[in-house]
Design a protein around this ligand. Structure first.
Ligand SMILES: C[S@@+](CC[C@H](N)C(=O)[O-])C[C@H]1O[C@@H](n2cnc3c(N)ncnc32)[C@H](O)[C@@H]1O
Length: 525
């Protein structure tokens, strides 16, 4: 039984140890079983966790078996339902008894989840989870961004991938994990793709911070923001684990060499990127990532600290010229959970209709079962709507806050969500908000975007939005030939008037005293 406790401890990761699941298993001091044994179970549970979490929630297991934690329930349910030889512990153990008592109900819920995901068999569902891709869609490549703070693509390829051949993305997508092929992206500079399932976590280039495992779509926000020394300081408002922070640091640094001739170039040796992160545990991961990527001296980390608590009126922020805003979202665009990111069943109190999900005695007729499924789906939809309403209110608040920084001229807003409520709707509501109108914010039009982003063809959802806004918004879809996850990003800009020039011009025209300043009209938003 200790195997299940070991696995649950690793998955729950309550002390927020950073690194991959494998590195955490192999460096764990508090496990009783061999690391290989624990890792095999923990990685299988992680893979199945999106499915098993649904099964456990729907079964009401955690409401009945109070001694089971969500992580323990995942590990036990995995072996009970999916391991050919079942649980690997004596059947008389109290935990084995507790889980076995629910076998019928859990197994029925697994069937329902499988059918809802449109898989005729368990192996078909397993293959979809293996490929880290949604049902019926193409697999997901292993994207890696070359960290130009420490190396160059050429040097990296020569050093670590010299037996690899460059090919098309389509070839990479259909290759086996061990095939030595790579693709060089055309939208994001310094981005490479390896075959789906390729494991680079053991390589020295990964451990040494020469490559950052970052989905292509997740590289868009920093690229679109295009941070430059003349922007002043750049804020990453929601930074952990730090993928975009390190990207910002690399892009910023790439511009410093070609701008050093300008006499008003700011001191580029100081930390010009400020990273906020509210969560204490994730702040540690951020610090570790920045150190590994050799970006720690370039980033002024404010963590744990709330971006919303930074007062835009405070002179400390007078030189913030660009903000990258990547706030918490529903995550509905994520197609593959990174190694170690396990999905846990929610505690009974958090599950809507948990009581309804609790095991009941007696047989159900076919019609009653169908009714029950319809009720469940209806409840799920209502819960999602409620969640999206809360998330989009928070996201709007974050954008409005960013829009109030007086010297800020560019903002990128991004989510890994596919829902319009968190994406285009937040953009529109930000533009018409007080902060948006008073600050004269508008979208960064497609023709104004950096080359790679301008060329990207999948634009915002047109459903009723103004054409310019839909064209400015960038979307990525999961499971397509582009190999991205579901993602959204939009840039905001404002052309701040140069007040001195304006006053001079108006004085020359003799208009200064004639016209009284009445503020911007609503039409000017
Ligand atoms: C989507 S994740 C950011 C991912 C990150 N940008 C990256 O690319 O690695 C959102 C993060 O924002 C943090 N967060 C949410 N609200 C925040 C706030 N008000 N201030 C600072 N951080 C916040 C969350 O804790 C979470 O770590």
């Amino acid at each position: 039984m200790s195997l299940y406790y070991d696995c649950a401890t690793l998955l729950a990761n309550e002390d927020h140890t950073g690194g991959s699941l494998k590195s955490r298993v192999y460096s764990a001091k508090n496990i009783k079983n061999t690391p290989a044994h624990v890792y095999a179970l923990a990685s299988a549970v992680t893979k199945w966790s999106p499915v098993l979490a649904e099964v456990i929630e729907a079964s009401g297991l955690l409401a009945v078996e109070r001694k089971l934690t969500p992580a323990l329930a995942l590990a036990l349910t995995h072996d009970l339902l999916l391991r050919p030889r079942g649980l690997s512990c004596p059947s008389t153990h109290p935990l084995a008894r507790a889980i076995t008592a629910h076998r019928t109900r859990l197994s029925a819920e697994l069937t329902r989840v499988r059918l809802r995901r449109r898989h005729a068999t368990l192996p078909s569902l397993a293959a979809a989870l293996d490929a880290h891709a949604p049902d019926g869609s193409l697999p997901h490549p292993r994207w890696m961004r070359v960290n130009t703070l420490t190396t160059t693509p050429k040097e990296l390829l020569n050093r670590a991938f010299n037996n690899y051949t460059e090919t098309t993305l389509a070839d990479v997508l259909s290759a086996k994990p061990t095939d030595c092929v790579y693709y060089r992206d055309t939208h994001v500079p310094d981005l490479l793709a390896l075959p789906p399932g390729a494991d680079v976590s053991k390589t020295s280039v990964y451990r040494g911070g020469n490559v950052i495992l970052q989905d292509k779509a997740s590289c868009f926000p920093a690229l679109l923001l295009d941070p430059r020394p003349e922007d002043g300081r750049v804020v990453d408002a929601c930074a952990a684990p730090g993928n975009k922070t390190t990207h910002l640091a690399a892009l910023y640094a790439s511009h410093t060499s070609d701008s050093t001739t300008a006499s008003d170039t700011p001191d580029t040796t100081a930390s010009r990127i400020v990273a906020f992160e509210r969560d204490a545990g994730r702040s540690k991961i951020l610090a570790k990532m920045l150190k590994t990527a050799k970006a720690d001296e370039r980033v002024d980390v404010r963590a744990p600290a709330d971006f919303l608590a930074a007062d835009p009126g405070d002179e400390e922020w007078d030189d913030v010229g660009a903000i990258l805003l990547d706030p918490s979202c529903s995550g509905s665009g994520i197609v593959g959970r990174e190694d170690g990111a396990c999905v846990f069943p929610r505690a009974p109190a958090d599950v809507k209709g948990a009581a309804k999900g609790a095991p009941k005695k007696g047989k159900m007729g076919k019609v009653a079962k169908e009714e029950r499924v319809k009720e469940d789906v209806g409840a799920e939809e209502a819960a999602l709507k409620e969640r999206l309403t809360a998330l989009s209110a928070f996201q709007l608040h974050m954008v409005e806050h960013a829009m109030r920084f007086p010297a800020c001229r560019r903002i990128t807003y991004s989510t890994c969500s596919i829902h319009g409520a968190e994406n285009e709707a937040v953009v529109i509501r930000s533009l018409i908000s007080d902060a948006g109108r008073e600050g004269r914010w508008r979208v960064l039009r497609r023709e104004e975007q950096v080359e790679g982003m301008k060329a990207w063809g999948v634009r915002g959802d047109r459903g009723g939005w103004v054409h310019e806004v839909a064209e400015a918004c960038i979307r990525c879809e999961a499971g397509t030939a582009e190999g991205t996850m579901g993602f959204f990003v939009c840039g905001f800009v404002r052309d701040l008037p140069d007040w001195n020039e304006q006053v001079e011009e108006e004085a020359e025209e003799g208009r200064v005293d004639e016209e009284e300043w009445t503020g911007f009209s609503d039409d000017e938003g």
